[in-house]
Design a protein. Sequence first.
Length: 233
Amino acid sequence: MSFSQELITEAQPYLEAVKHSDFVKAILANNLSSEALDYYVGQDLQYGDIETKVQAYLIIYSKRFADQRNFAELLSNHLGIDEAVFKGMTSQNWDTIRTAKMEPVTYIYTHHLLDPIKTGDPLNILASFEAGVWVYVELIKYLDDTGKVAADNPFYGWLDSLKGDDYQNVSDGFLKVLDRLAVKQSQAHLDKVKQDFLRSCLLEWYFFDASFKQITWGDWSRNALEGSREELL
Ligand SMILES: Cc1ncc(CO)c(N)n1
């Protein structure tokens, strides 16, 4: 089994969990609240900016011109994002939502993506990033296959723009690069890379969960501070 097949096999339970998440169920039932949608769009735009940064570092740290060109092209596609699709999903002012502040799960997930940059190793940097791409490709296939996301669904335009072979090919291409970079690496190194990949898959679930519940730093503070006024001992 190739390294990427191993990653994907072990990631299946996380993908199943994403499919079963309240957020995804609400997309399929077309009853996601506008608050959850606004939160998701704002946070995903922040996530997308970190994807830009990660891909820029993949260009910088890759040792092959062919890989660098490929990453540069994919980064250009990423930046070609159809703003209209996101604008159509939310009633919020674009400038406000485009500059949303990162809430806790977005912060943790994006810092998980940024952390391997310090290694300067494209294998480490690519693994945690590709996990998110892979989950999205699989989720989009799943949503499309249900045939339940109709034209009146806020995710219709989003699904329409991402479904099909192009996005799948991007993910498959990244998996091939991972396999090539994994050759001759120590087991300890590969174990760390795998852990990072699976952790991104886990954080995908938390990203949807946080969106469904619109979890903020304020919520976290309130949770932590609740009860702190009681006398100790
Ligand atoms: C949270 C998240 N993960 C993955 C993707 C796909 O790139 C995305 N747009 N957002």
